[in-house]
Design a protein around this ligand. Structure first.
Ligand code: 6GU
Length: 242
């Protein structure tokens, strides 16, 4: 998979070279390009923003600079990339989105700052490529960079050969609509806190049953909305799969 990121803060994307993502680059499971948006400005001030039509606070990112950047970054292949624009005004990014994007050969992230990017940039790009404006949650970040990092990490860990143990992606919270329950390792007692007996019983049917109960209980406590979203059928399937 190819991933490009366009931003006015390319240094913000340094974490891409660390840990799991860095390993994926080293092993050539992904190739990453980070591009400084200001490289496509022509004025001495290298301006990327201007005041909003209609008035109001803040600044809007200029269409000309983004247009040239996208023309260049999104060229050079037979089929265009999927363009992702992180914005708090976007559709929700979920595990489902991550799974869908993990099947794409090429993703381009356009990270906006200020109040947003002139809408015509997305409207124009959509004439040539699929465009998605997405949000990572109901809170406001200063810019799209951290959101892009979040989305890239959740997509890349799904690629074949990136996680050491592919089963861990299948057992994720959300993969069956429930949260994962608690987990434990040695020692058997720590600061007077014991590991639940059942996990040391060797009774795998009992362990499966206990884990299923913990997942349901935790989801009920922390994310009742997830349970309400599951049909009886899906709930049954999620329960039996564990
Ligand atoms: Cl994708 N971008 C920004 N700037 N803020 C956000 C967000 C994205 N998702 C939630 N808040």
């Amino acid at each position: 998979m190819r991933i490009d990121v366009i931003t006015i803060f390319p240094d913000y994307m340094a974490p891409l070279r660390e840990a799991l993502l860095g390993k994926a680059i080293e092993r050539e499971r992904i190739s990453v390009g980070v591009h400084d948006l200001r490289g496509w400005t022509h004025d001495v001030h290298r301006a990327v923003d201007d005041s909003p039509y209609g008035g109001g606070p803040g600044m809007v990112m200029k269409p000309q600079v983004w247009g040239e950047a996208l023309d260049e970054v999104c060229a050079g292949s037979d089929s265009p990339p999927r363009l992702v624009v992180p914005t708090p005004a976007g559709s929700p990014f979920t595990q489902q989105t991550a799974v869908r994007w993990s099947e794409e050969p090429w993703l381009v992230f356009a990270c906006g700052r200020y109040e947003g990017i002139d809408q015509r940039v997305m409207d124009d790009a959509a004439r040539r490529m699929p465009v998605e404006e997405v949000s990572i949650g109901d809170y406001v970040l200063v810019g799209g960079e951290v959101a892009a990092l979040t989305m890239i990490e959740s997509v890349v860990r799904l690629l074949p050969g990136v996680l050491g143990n592919p089963a861990s992606a299948e057992q994720d919270s959300f993969s069956d609509g429930l949260l994962e329950g608690p987990c434990y390792t040695r020692p058997e007692a720590w600061r007077d806190l014991p590991v639940p007996d059942v996990l040391r019983s060797g009774n795998h049917a009992a362990i499966d049953r206990w884990r299923r109960y913990q997942a349901l209980e935790r989801t009920w406590q922390r994310r009742p909305d997830l349970l309400e979203a599951l049909s009886d059928d899906e709930l049954d399937r999620a329960d039996r799969a564990r």
